[in-house]
Design a protein around this ligand. Structure first.
Ligand SMILES: [Zn+2]
Length: 322
């Protein structure tokens, strides 16, 4: 057993309380390799933003669970070497799909886990989430639950259609499970194709968010699938051999508005994937003789830093809050 405090990590409790009071949201950036992790720590240290490092089940398998824990330890030490005091860092399991996976993460140094039972019948979601909370809280680890289903595809996460969160369920769910935060469905979705062609600027359902806030005053809400699918990256990918036609995300002004509400955590993965892929494609096309990965992964990392600083400063409002 490695407890997260041994790695220098923190849970989400204080971070969410301050985010709620301050009207901003903490960025949750996914990583599965060195360059992504370096970029997250550099961008968040330079903007003095607290950060949630997110690892999906797929990423844990990809990077190796032993390696990942040491990467997280390295990330905390890197942050301490860049700025003092070091920014707070959370290590979070994204979309945990079983009790055993959540237990394994708690025992290997995660300070926060998500148990996603949103695809289950309501009572089964409550029971599974409660079981994870009972275990995680014994180790002071935060738990995120989910109500409502998000459309789109993010690795193993698949849903045919978006089923909005029902505000009338949230009080019962939160009180019976004991979760520390709740992911809700208000129209965001996973991946780079969030809205079908022809749908003009689909708005997030702020009415649902407001109804949830009214039912659960001061309770931290989480938004998944909150990339904006930045057009310049999509264009750069398509201009260098890629084919992402009709990719679209959530407009940044809507995310900015959400971040000032009870939304305390915003998950951003697709924008980082697009930024890296765009720069790698361009660098390889521009320099066909190059075969040193540093010459395309380095610029991709620099672009990620730029992207995340922009998110922290202009979209989530988390810059300067560490
Ligand atoms: Zn998600």
């Amino acid at each position: 057993m490695v407890h997260y405090k041994e790695l220098g990590l923190v849970n989400t409790k204080d971070l969410f309380r301050k985010a709620m009071e301050g009207g901003y949201a903490i960025p949750a950036y996914n990583f599965n390799n060195l360059e992504q992790l370096q970029a997250i720590i550099m961008a968040c240290s330079e903007t003095r933003s607290p950060v949630i490092l997110q690892i999906s089940k797929g990423a844990r398998k990809y990077a190796n669970q032993t390696m990942l824990v040491h990467m997280a330890r390295g990330a905390v030490e890197m942050a301490a070497s860049i700025s003092k005091p070091a920014i707070p860092v959370v290590l979070h399991l994204d979309h945990g799909d079983s009790y055993d996976l959540c237990v394994s993460c708690v025992e290997t140094g995660f300070s926060s886990v998500m148990i996603d039972g949103s695809h289950l019948p309501y009572e089964e979601n409550v029971a599974l989430t409660r079981k994870v909370v009972d275990f995680a809280h014994r180790h002071d680890v935060s738990v995120e639950g989910e109500l409502g289903v998000l459309a789109g595809i993010e690795e193993h996460v698949k849903a045919a259609e978006s089923l909005y969160t029902k505000p009338e369920e949230v009080v019962d769910f939160v009180s019976r499970t004991g979760v520390d935060s709740l992911a809700i469905s208000i129209g965001t979705s996973h991946g780079a194709y969030k809205f079908p062609p022809g749908v003009e600027q689909p708005p997030l359902r702020f009415d649902i968010l407001a109804a949830v806030e009214k039912k659960l005053p001061g309770f931290p809400i989480v938004l998944h699938g909150a990339s904006s699918v930045i057009p310049e990256y999509v264009e750069m990918i398509n201009a260098h051999g890629g084919s992402l036609k009709g990719a679209r995300g959530v407009p940044e002004d809507q995310l900015r508005r959400a971040a000032t509400s009870a939304v305390c955590k915003v998950n951003i993965d697709s924008d980082g994937r697009l930024a890296m892929t765009a720069v790698i494609r361009r660098k390889l096309a521009e320099d066909p003789k190059n075969f040193d990965p540093r010459n395309y992964l380095g610029p991709a990392r620099d672009e990620l830093v730029k992207l995340m600083k922009h998110k922290n400063e202009k979209v989530l409002g988390s810059a300067g809050k560490a």
